[in-house]
Design a binder for this molecule. Sequence first.
Ligand code: N01
Length: 537
Amino acid sequence: MMDSDDVLVIGAGFSGLYMLHRLRQLGLRAQVLERAEKIGGTWLFNRYPGARCDIESIEYSYSFSEEIQQEWVWTETMPAQPEIEAYLNFVADRLDLRRDIRLDTDVTAMTFDDDSGRWTLQAADGETFVAPFVVAASGILSEPLEPDIPGMGTFAGDSLFTSRWPAGGVDLSGKRVGVIGTGSTAVQMIPVIAREVQQLCVFQRSPAFTLPWQVRQFEAGELDEMKANYGEIRQAQRQHPIGAARLSAFSVLIDMLVSPPIKTATRDEQVRAVDERGVMGALNWGDIFFDIEASRMATALYGEAIARIVRDPETAAALVPSHPFGCKRPIIDQGYYQTYNRDNVTLVDLRKNPIRTITPDGIDTAAEHYDLDVIIYATGFDAMTGALTRIDVRGRDGVLLRDVWAEQGPVSYLGLAVAGFPNLFTVQGPGSPAAATNFVTALEQHVEWIGDCIAHLKAAGHRTIEAMPEAQHEWIEHTTSLVAATVLVHPSCNSWYNGANVPGKKRMYMGYTAGIPEYRRRCDEIAGAGYAGFLLA
Ligand code: N01
């Protein structure tokens, strides 16, 4: 059988767009299958009010094209969702990508055939696609997590999901709105919609740690000056463990690591830290990632810092987190705690009174009923693996990837491939740096490595490549050993990083924390050794 494509790429977000371009550059024929009606991936679906990146635009962007980085004009230091969506559309046009992207094509099943060495992909509308290689560029935070709350279906008002926000927006003015969830998404959205709605009730199960941040428009000439030094900026970014050398939520974490310990700080030193830097100062200690007692001390200090902002003492106390700082992705905000001083905002502490049921006219907690016109679910994602477990991915001998991950946990070799699934590459799979880094820097490395690998296989006449179980096992041991001595594995750390946010998901830390440069070094070494740990046939 003749294939019209060498490679099928699933997803037309940041990863899929670059993957297509790279494969074309290597002389390979590729096609992207995208379930949405437009390109953009995560940055298309998550168009809720206040959606914004937490890494600077100058770094949260492709570095592979000098033309693109010079031509595109960012307007803000940290870009908002519409600007990122527009940027991705600009890239698609600039590189003439659209002719190889099939929109409205939802891949629901894919099967590897041992005899032909090819994958057959089936879309929801019944159409099939065949190619020897598949790259899953389906995103790490793209499969929404719908909570299972009794009565959800009975609500007579509007039920909205931040991860599937309606195109064109929603008019919330004059409405009584409930938000369920207080992760990164809700922390961004709450200050924005509080200004619009009549009444806002925030249903909080796990308070967040969040750091105040100033986002601003670029001043005249500022962006041009940076663009003139883009080579240096990209170089610094490339060498940085998190793939972003400028100030970001992640770089703050790295600064904290080299700060003095809280355990030996005097009370005066602790209070001074809060006097000088508020909630940021409360957390700025080097031992809080490794010592749960130090983490608790910093959390108590953090509570003192919140109490200086939030006027109602009961609300301030309810906002103090119970999990260790760092175990969830760091959050930055614009006026989150100040929002709770507004007369039209109420915090509902689900730790004290859990939600009992959703009714046609609102939400019942164990203590009270809340009348609502709109419920917004900001309840997160089945991260890292959800985008592939929703598809029937069948590898060798018909084995389902969903079953492998359910039994063994989210195993992978380098986050790039899974044993038993030949010729299937994952961009930012579990065990890769993605989760704890600048996603764009991390994905560029993945895309380039995968492209080179496929080109090598074709040139050398290899038909298949497959991760070996022993190599995969060693990789997982390595990635998990990196976090063994940190609060990331503390039982109170329930995060999408370790799958604990998804009922029934096997708990395993899914990131790679030694940094992108070290990860790149290892990947290059493996490729240089003839793809060590992979079986080439
Ligand atoms: O999701 P989350 P997110 N009843 O999982 C709560 C990226 N991102 O969409 O912790 C009540 O963090 C849940 O409570 P709990 C970023 O990587 C980036 O906010 O399970 N509550 C939690 O509070 C981020 O980490 C940016 O107890 C329920 C919330 O819902 C990732 O996306 C912006 C519940 C989910 O928080 C995910 O963030 C936005 C229930 N039944 C997102 N079920 C930027 O770049 C869940 N919750 C800035």
